[in-house]
Design a protein around this ligand. Structure first.
Ligand code: NAD
Length: 435
C-alpha cells in the first residue's frame, strides 16, 4: 500500500516516518519548499527525539516532495495532516488548510483511494471534506476516514509506535479494511483500535485534549488553595492520583498549559459546542482559568523580587512549552518574558532546543548557551520548562554566581529541603517555602 502524507509538520512527518518504519512506502508532501529541501538533504526540520535515526533507517521507503498532485495520483491512502490553528476572532478551528488540501486531493487522486483526516478537526469536517472532493471530482469514487493523532511532542515516536489506542472513524467497509491494514503492525502489541463513526472520532480527539487540559487547570487551582492555606500540592496530587479512577498523570501544577494543541483545541471545542447550542462550561472555565494563570506568572515573579523587577536581571530557563521539543507555540514563556521586560527587567535566557525558534519572537533577550551562563550575575532565576538538564543544577554554583538569590521553580522540580541549604529565596508552586 502506498501512503501519501500531506503536511510535513510535527504530526505529518512523525506519522509518515513511522508508517515507513511499519514497512510502507510513504511520500511526504509539504508546500513549504525550504522544509522539503531540508528533508531531501536528510535534515530534520524539527527537534523530536529519535526521529532523525528513524528517517535514516527507512530512507529507502521515504520520499519528500512539494508536488502534491504527483504524490496523490499514485497513492492508495492519502493522509491530510495540515495545521488547524485558531481562527482569528471567534476561537473556532481554522479549517481552511484542510479544505484546500481536500480540493487538491480531489483533483489529483485516482478512483478507489481512501482519504484520511489526521489533523484535529471539529465535528462535521470529514463530511465536508467528502462534499468538497465530490464537488471537485464528481466521477471519482473514494472513502473518507478520520484518524485523529494522540502523539505527544517530545515522545512522538514512542507514542506513534506504541500508542495506548488508535481511534478510527469510518463510513464504509473499504475505509475500515484499509485502516486495519495500516495499523496491523500494532496487533502484535494488542493495541486497541477503536472503530467508530467519523463524527465520534472527531469528537474523541477534542474530548481527550479538553479532559487533559481540565486536569491541569484543576491542579493549578488546587495549588493556589495550597498556597493560601500552606498546603503541599504534590502530596495532594499523589493522594488523589493513586486512585485508579483519577490517575497520577497531568496533575503537575505549573505556569499554565501552552503548546500547539491544548490552547487551540480547548478554544475550538468550546466555541464550536457553543455555536451548535451545546456549550461545554467545564471547558470554557478551563480556558479562563488557564488564561488567568498565564497572565499571573509575571506578577508571581515580580512579587518574588519584592514587588519590582525594575533594573533587575532575570534568568529564564526553558522557552519551549515543554521539554524535549523545540515547539514554542503558545508557550507560557512567550507571554511572561515580554511582561517582565515591560516591568523593567533584563532577561537572560537558555533553552536546549528552542532558542532559534524563539529569537525572532523575543527581542532584547540575551541568549546564553548554558543555564549557568544565563544565571551569571542575575538577581533571580525562573525555571519555566522542566528540561532534564535543569533537574540537577549545581545549586551551590548558581548561588555563588548569581547577584541575587531569588529562585522561582515553576515546575516544582526541586524538593524544598534540597534548596534550603543554599540560601535561596525559593518559590515553587503550591508548596510552602521551606524555612
Ligand atoms: P504544523 O504546523 O507543524 O504542520 C503543518 C504542515 O502542513 C506545515 O508544514 C504546512 O506547510 C503544511 N501544509 C499546510 N497546507 C498544506 C497543503 N495544502 N499541502 C501541503 N502541505 C500543507 O502542524 P502540526 O503540529 O503537525 O499539526 C497538524 C495537525 O495535527 C493539527 O490539526 C494539530 O492540531 C494536530 N495534532 C498536533 C499534535 C502536535 O503535538 N503537534 C498532536 C496531535 C494532533
Amino acid at each position: 500500500m502506498r501512503i501519501t502524507m500531506i503536511g510535513t509538520g510535527y504530526v505529518g512527518l512523525v506519522s509518515g516516518v513511522c508508517f515507513s518504519e511499519f514497512g510502507f512506502d510513504v511520500t511526504c508532501v509539504d508546500k513549504d519548499q525550504a522544509k522539503i529541501a531540508a528533508l531531501q538533504r536528510g535534515e530534520v526540520p524539527i527537534y523530536e527525539p529519535g526521529l532523525a535515526e528513524l528517517m535514516v533507517k527507512n530512507a529507502d521507503r521515504l520520499t519528500f516532495t512539494t508536488d502534491l498532485p504527483g504524490a496523490v495520483e499514485n497513492a492508495d491512502v492519502i493522509f491530510i495532516a495540515v495545521g488547524t490553528p485558531t481562527r482569528r476572532g471567534d476561537g473556532e478551528a481554522d479549517l481552511s488548510y484542510v479544505y484546500a488540501a481536500a480540493r487538491e486531493v480531489g483533483e489529483a487522486m485516482r478512483s478507489g483511494s481512501v482519504v484520511v483526516i489526521k489533523s484535529t478537526v471539529v465535528v462535521g469536517t470529514c463530511r465536508e471534506v467528502r462534499r468538497i472532493i465530490e464537488e471537485t471530482a464528481p466521477n471519482k469514487e473514494f472513502s473518507v476516514a478520520s484518524n485523529p493523532e494522540f502523539l505527544r511532542e517530545g515522545a512522538a515516536i514512542e507514542d506513534f509506535l506504541r500508542p495506548d489506542r488508535v481511534v478510527v472513524g469510518v463510513e464504509d467497509e473499504r475505509g475500515e479494511q484499509v485502516l486495519k491494514a495500516l495499523y496491523r503492525p500494532l496487533n502484535l502489541r494488542q493495541t486497541p483500535i477503536v472503530f467508530t463513526s467519523l463524527e465520534n472520532a472527531e469528537i474523541t480527539k477534542y474530548a481527550a485534549n479538553a479532559f487533559l487540559a481540565m486536569k491541569i487547570s484543576f491542579i493549578n487551582e488546587i495549588a493556589d488553595l495550597c498556597e493560601t492555606v500552606g498546603g503541599n500540592v504534590q502530596d495532594i496530587a499523589r493522594g488523589i492520583g493513586l486512585d485508579n479512577r483519577i490517575g497520577p498523570k497531568f496533575l503537575h501544577p505549573g505556569p499554565g498549559y501552552g503548546g500547539s494543541c491544548f490552547p487551540k483545541d480547548t478554544r475550538a471545542l468550546a466555541a464550536t459546542a457553543r455555536r451548535l447550542g451545546s456549550p461545554i462550561r467545564l471547558v470554557e472555565t478551563t480556558i479562563a482559568v488557564n488564561e488567568e494563570r498565564m497572565r499571573s506568572i509575571p506578577d508571581r515573579v515580580i512579587a518574588a523580587h519584592g514587588g519590582s523587577v525594575e533594573g533587575k536581571t532575570i534568568a529564564v530557563l526553558g522557552i519551549a512549552f515543554k521539554p524535549n521539543t523545540d515547539d514554542i507555540r503558545e508557550a507560557p514563556s512567550l507571554t511572561a518574558i515580554p511582561a517582565l521586560q515591560a516591568a523593567g527587567a533584563t532577561i537572560r535566557a537558555h533553552d536546549p532546543q528552542a532558542a532559534e525558534a524563539a529569537k525572532p519572537l523575543l527581542p532584547d533577550v540575551t541568549w546564553c548557551n548554558s543555564p549557568y551562563a544565563a544565571a551569571e550575575g542575575a538577581d533571580g532565576l525562573v525555571i519555566m520548562t522542566e528540561w532534564n538538564e535543569y533537574r540537577a543544577l549545581n545549586l551551590a554554583t548558581l548561588s555563588r554566581t548569581m547577584r541575587g538569590n531569588v529562585l522561582i521553580d515553576l515546575r516544582n522540580i526541586y524538593p524544598p529541603e534540597e534548596v534550603a541549604p543554599h540560601a535561596f529565596n525559593y518559590h515553587s508552586v503550591g508548596r510552602k517555602p521551606h524555612t
